[in-house]
Design a protein around this ligand. Structure first.
Ligand code: SAH
Ligand code: SF4
Length: 339
């Protein structure tokens, strides 16, 4: 499916007509041009021939159907998007922003798989559209979006923002900015730009270590984004948006999970951010050389943070049976390619 092509073909149509088509495709989620009866037959035939509405994808559902993974096919590769159904019409789609990732974090399957390219805004929108259609069968809608799939969203800033504006538009998906979250490895420039946007998007920071030394080992890009400046940028984000920031902390066995590290983390965040943040302790899905911390160690870590007055949650695990959790999506190349 090619959203740009739709825009091109309709460019000479009156404004209201274009609006009707957008509503049909991106608000009513029709899958066949014949359903758009406001268009002339000739135009429908042209659209059918030149912009088919199909989204080619392979889908994998967890046993309880609460997690659904889709590998969406582009000409030159695949990306994965994941739907997480939390009940009561709460449906979160985890989207990818790039095919692969340049940043090579040690613990991340995507990062270790290399980089193909960044996605265009309509390829990001397509991932949400895929699940919007899926949910239509259940009479439900996509309620939340998290940029926690493949890639670093702030390294593809313009297209990610275009996608967010499109998804936020009342005439199309109408997903509130407050229901959209960007997770970043900590790109300072990107966080600053995001803070200047008029939309109140949620920010999640993948911190994963309480000091630069360990961060630099785990996440090479941290060397150019050191903690003092990074936390300053995040603090400005909080002040500017008044939104609570999520600090993501992966629990890696014997790497970043000691009592001393918990204490250092609490001190760092209290001094660096002050207010409006919470820590999310994430169990590691063992895709790389690391192991996840044992439950007792996670509990101890959590207690220390709580004792220090830091708000802590533990990410609910979704879809382990299909390896569908966000953050462990591997780059897959098109079948006709090698390497
Ligand atoms: N590039 C962005 C967003 C994509 S990764 C970022 O790094 O934040 C989304 C989250 O998944 C990040 O917090 C990342 O550290 C985490 N993650 C990566 N590999 C993981 C794994 N194997 N298990 C659990 N979380 C993982
Ligand atoms: Fe890229 Fe995020 Fe994976 Fe790091 S954790 S390699 S930034 S996708």
């Amino acid at each position: 499916m090619d959203i740009k092509k739709i825009q091109e073909i309709l460019k000479d149509e009156p404004k209201f007509r274009i609006k009707q088509v957008y509503q049909a495709v991106f608000a009513k989620f029709i899958e066949n041009w014949d359903e758009v009866t406001v268009l002339s037959l000739a135009l429908r035939e042209k659209l059918k021939a030149e912009c088919p509405l199909e989204i080619p994808a392979e889908i994998l559902e967890s046993a309880d159907k609460n997690t659904v993974k889709a590998a969406i096919d582009y000409d030159d590769g695949k990306v994965e998007a994941v739907l997480m159904r939390h009940g009561e019409n709460r449906n979160t789609v985890c989207v990818s922003s790039q095919i692969g990732c340049l940043l090579g974090c040690e613990f991340c399957l995507t990062g270790q798989g290399g980089f193909e390219r960044s996605l265009n805004f309509y390829e990001i929108v397509e991932q949400v559209l895929f699940f919007a259609r899926y949910l239509k069968k259940y009479n439900e809608r996509v309620s939340n979006i998290v940029f926690m799939g493949m890639g670093e969203p702030l390294m593809n800033y313009e297209e990610v923002m275009k996608a967010i504006r499109f998804l936020n538009d009342k005439e199309t998906f109408n997903i509130g900015a407050r229901k959209i979250s960007i997770s970043t490895v900590g790109i300072i420039d990107g966080i600053k730009k995001l803070a200047a946007e008029p939309l109140q998007i949620n920010l999640a920071l993948s911190l994963h270590a309480p000091d630069d030394e360990l961060r630099n080992q785990l996440m090479p890009v941290s060397k150019n984004n050191p903690l003092p400046s990074l936390l300053k940028a995040v603090k400005s984000y909080i002040e500017r948006t008044n939104r609570k920031v999520m600090i993501e902390y992966l629990m890696l066995d014997k790497i970043n999970d000691s009592s001393a590290q918990a204490q250092r983390l609490a001190d760092l965040l209290k001094a660096g951010l002050g207010r409006l943040f919470m820590v999310n302790l994430i169990s590691y899905n063992e895709t790389q050389k690391f192991k996840t911390s044992p439950a007792a160690v996670i509990n101890n870590f959590k207690k220390i943070l709580e004792r220090e007055g830091v708000e802590v949650v533990q990410r609910f695990k979704f879809g382990r049976d299909i390896e569908g959790a966000c953050g462990q999506l591997a780059k897959q190349r098109a079948k006709n390619k090698t390497g």
